[in-house]
Design a binder for this molecule. Structure first.
Ligand code: CP
Length: 321
């Protein structure tokens, strides 16, 4: 594994899940693997789970993790090539990237989309520039379009919770929110579920909220939430803004919040959300507080997902040197 930006960087999803599960059983089994190696964690946006779980994972591999809140403390970065830098940006990413690569053995980055310009957001220029110019492996802590560590943890959680000898039905359902959110968690979950191919996967959302089809090809898409939830074994709840009318939040008829009443249509489904969640907007208190909720397990599994990925990146560095 040279980088970890999407499911395409995983040779095999089940192998990566097995590695994560092995770290959960024995967190310190590779405590010397990252000895003398430094992980730079660059945050352009806030985080609780990603920031802390990745630091815990790095420490369990013997790595030193250094966090930099670029968004608050760094120079304003210019990402586009060939521009005359006579505006507000202070440092070009082409200059910053090799410097960061000289300080760190692995770079991990979180950068949310603007939700203003689909082409700009979906071109992931920050990640592409760092990949091209830092000279070290790059790990996504959530980009404009994808959140692969979250998806790996989500699928680990599904695999652990599923005890029956048949393919589970997994439903990703859109939920309401108070403000426009990125599509990245939903894009990423769809991409990983389709590649994993160990569950029957359905996406349900209101008209106007279709995800970019390159992420959802292979999924069943149903506009009627009630029909989609029928006999579901897992329900993943998430809001996202429109991709078609990029970043907008078209009006939605009906109530899409997941409630106990809606869960009665399912096969006693387990309920998932990546957190943070808006209680009683996306999901009702009664669902989140019930035994059906897997949200804490998902967040806890972030450590093992990050540890498996970091271990693979460390092995690729060792192999190169
Ligand atoms: N789910 C997730 O990425 O959480 P944070 O934004 O708190 O890192």
């Amino acid at each position: 594994m040279k980088h970890f930006l999407s499911v395409e960087d995983a040779d095999n999803v089940d192998t990566l899940l097995d590695q994560a599960a092995a770290y959960k059983l024995a967190p310190l089994k590779d405590a010397a693997l990252g000895k003398g190696k430094r992980l730079g964690l660059l945050f352009l946006n806030p985080s609780l789970r990603t920031r802390l779980s990745t630091q815990v994972a790095a420490s369990q591999l013997g790595m030193q993790a250094i966090v930099f809140d670029v968004g608050k403390e760094g120079w304003a970065l210019e990402l586009e090539d060939g521009v005359v830098m006579n505006g507000s940006s202070v440092e070009h990413i082409r200059d910053a990237a090799p410097v960061l690569g000289s300080y760190f053995d692995i770079l991990a980055v979180r950068s949310f989309p603007s939700l203003q310009d689909a082409h700009q957001d979906y071109s992931e220029v920050l990640f592409q520039q760092l990949k091209a110019h830092s000279g070290v492996p790059l790990l996504s802590l959530e980009s404009a379009t994808l959140h692969p560590l979250q998806s790996l943890s989500d699928i680990l959680t599904i695999r652990e919770a599923w005890k029956e000898n048949r393919r589970p039905k997994v439903v990703l359902t859109w939920a309401p929110h108070v403000k426009p959110l990125p599509q990245c968690v939903a894009n990423s979950f769809a991409q990983w579920m389709i590649e994993w191919d160990a569950a029957d996967f359905t996406i349900t959302h209101p008209e106007g909220y279709a995800l970019k089809d390159s992420f959802t090809q292979g999924a069943q898409i149903i506009y009627d939430q009630e029909q989609a939830l029928h006999k579901a074994d897992f329900v993943y709840v998430k809001n996202w803004s429109s991709y078609e009318a990029y970043g907008s939040t078209p009006e939605v008829p009906g109530d899409w919040m997941l409630t106990e009443t809606k869960l009665r249509q399912t096969n006693q489904a387990k309920v998932m959300h990546c957190l943070p969640v808006r209680r009683n907007v996306e999901l009702s208190d009664s669902v989140l507080n019930s035994a059906s909720s897997l949200v804490t397990a998902q967040a806890a599994n972030r450590v093992w997902a990050a540890q498996a990925v970091l271990a693979n990146l460390l092995k690729s560095i060792a192999h190169k040197s």
